[in-house]
Design a protein. Structure first.
Length: 232
């Protein structure tokens, strides 16, 4: 399948923060504009494909997330957070280090390649169908707590590094929210403040609704039989 254009054709803006060991030092923000090379991104993705699959679809049991079609700046922020230790992910940690993945250009290349991959046409959804009372409760919870940042359709925001939610496997999002609630994953104070007051059931209802958000047809693979011919 031909590679689709990345969501913005100019450059990726990489933001990361350097923290001084001195408590009174101000935060330093460095911006890098990197023109992505999709050919190199394909080569770098070979390592990722072992777990995330050549298609980037992850696993429907939630062990590995679907990364195909995710926003570039969201992906690069996660790589940077794992590399720096801000996000604790022992499985991913060795694969995002500079000795394995390389520098910022390689990171920009690989996330741009991932963003071009079409999404799973039948990702794992939650147990409550879209005609159920539980689905309706989840919709209310999502619109009250999540849509302000992630969008009414779960489209996210690339410039603000807010993840796209539609198309993600139900078990994966559920696990991430529970990890945040239980203090196992660090997120922004704003997101933590939204999640903490919600009960486990409310979180599950919210994730159930998210799992039924429609994936735009032009972002889906044509069928479950689609294979990434870059690797076959």
């Amino acid at each position: 399948m031909p590679l689709r254009l990345v969501s913005f054709s100019a450059a990726i803006c990489l933001l990361f923060v350097l923290f001084s060991t001195l408590s009174f030092a101000e935060t330093v923000i460095i911006k890098l504009n990197l023109e992505p090379d999709l050919r190199n991104g394909q080569r770098m993705y070979e390592t990722c494909a072992t777990c995330h699959l050549p298609e980037g679809w992850g696993s429907t049991d939630g062990t590995y997330p679907q990364i195909a079609g995710q926003l570039q700046n969201v992906l690069i922020k996660q790589l940077m957070d794992i590399r720096s230790g801000r996000r604790d992910n022992p499985l991913m940690y060795p694969f995002v280090q500079e000795r394995t993945l390389g520098g910022y250009q390689n990171m920009a290349d690989v996330v741009s390649y991932i963003a071009t991959l079409p999404m799973h046409p039948k990702h794992k959804k939650g147990p409550w169908r879209d005609y159920s009372d539980e689905y309706a409760k989840g919709e209310i919870l999502y619109k009250a707590n999540c849509s302000g940042c992630h969008g009414d359709k779960g489209e996210g925001n690339n410039s603000l590094t807010i993840p796209k939610l539609y198309g993600q496997h139900f078990p994966y999002i559920k696990r991430q929210l529970m990890d945040i609630k239980n203090g196992y994953r660090q997120v922004t104070p704003g997101m933590k403040a939204v999640i903490d007051p919600l009960s486990d059931l409310q979180l599950e209802l919210t994730v159930n609704y998210i799992s039924y958000l429609p994936v735009p047809k032009n972002e889906q693979a044509p069928s479950l039989n689609w294979r990434n011919t870059d690797f076959y």
